[in-house]
Design a protein around this ligand. Structure first.
Ligand code: MG
Length: 252
């Protein structure tokens, strides 16, 4: 990865375009997701809508990943590969992670979608993870450091009795899908790179019910919790501005 990039207004404008497409595609997939629907059907939606908007899927081919969408269910943390054989069932926790580029600029977001009625425990995990992302984003302000984000995320998640995944982290984003700096969901305040206006980060807590440890399945992509308990994931592409964080992957 290269140096940290401070984006110009024109670059940010393109990142807004990419981010809006990411939201539209995630919304469409979320509407389509339900019991009996395969993750492959969601992949097809992602592929078609991305092409129709003149964008490119960011994940397909990245380090050899075979699809446009990462679809991970229940104990799967991230990087699940869409499959015709994998059908959603009532009570599942589906994590959709999706990114695109348009004219060379990237947006990336993830959300956890409950399928039908989910357990109280699962709902609490989803809400806790969403909240962890929110407190992390609140730290993405001028003058803070990257460690402030991770510290806030970790402290919040652990206060709810959950753990944060260490093996996968958030990242700078913009001209590339993954840029400097890395944005861990753990760490210490006042450490790491100082945040300046024009920095764009993908902040993405992966929060587990049990152990923070994960392992890879035989497909060499899908990461699952070591204890096979549930995991949830939310992600936004965020711009550091003079006046605080601005979430690019959210409609105004
Ligand atoms: Mg990401």
């Amino acid at each position: 990865m290269s140096q940290v990039v401070i984006k110009t207004a024109d670059e940010i404008s393109l990142m807004r375009d990419a981010s809006r497409i990411v939201i539209e595609v995630l919304d469409a997939m979320e509407r389509a997701a339900g019991p009996g629907v395969s993750t492959w059907e969601l992949e097809r939606i992602a592929e078609e809508l991305t092409a129709r908007r003149g964008a490119k899927p960011a994940f397909k081919g990245y380090m050899g990943f075979p699809c446009c969408l990462c679809a991970s269910i229940n104990e799967e943390v991230v990087h699940g590969i869409p499959s015709k054989k994998r059908k959603l069932a009532e009570g599942d926790l589906l994590k959709l992670d999706f990114g695109v580029s348009i004219r060379g600029y990237f947006g990336d977001a993830a959300r956890t979608v409950p399928i039908g009625k989910i357990s109280e425990e699962a709902r609490a995990l989803v809400e806790g993870t969403q909240q962890a992302l929110k407190v992390g984003i609140e730290q993405a302000v001028k003058g803070n450091r990257v460690g402030d984000i991770g510290f806030a995320v970790q402290r919040f998640a652990e206060s709810k009795g959950y753990s944060v995944v260490r093996d996968f982290v958030g990242h700078g984003i913009g001209r590339e899908l993954h840029e400097q700096p890395q944005v861990p969901n753990f760490g210490w305040p006042s450490t790491g790179m100082k945040l300046r206006p024009g920095i764009t980060l993908a902040i993405e807590p992966m929060v587990n019910q049990g152990t923070h440890k994960v392992e890879l399945l035989d497909d060499e992509w899908t990461a699952v919790t070591l204890d096979r308990k549930l995991s949830a994931h939310f992600e936004h592409t965020v711009l550091v501005t003079e006046d605080g964080p601005e979430i690019l992957t959210r409609l105004p």
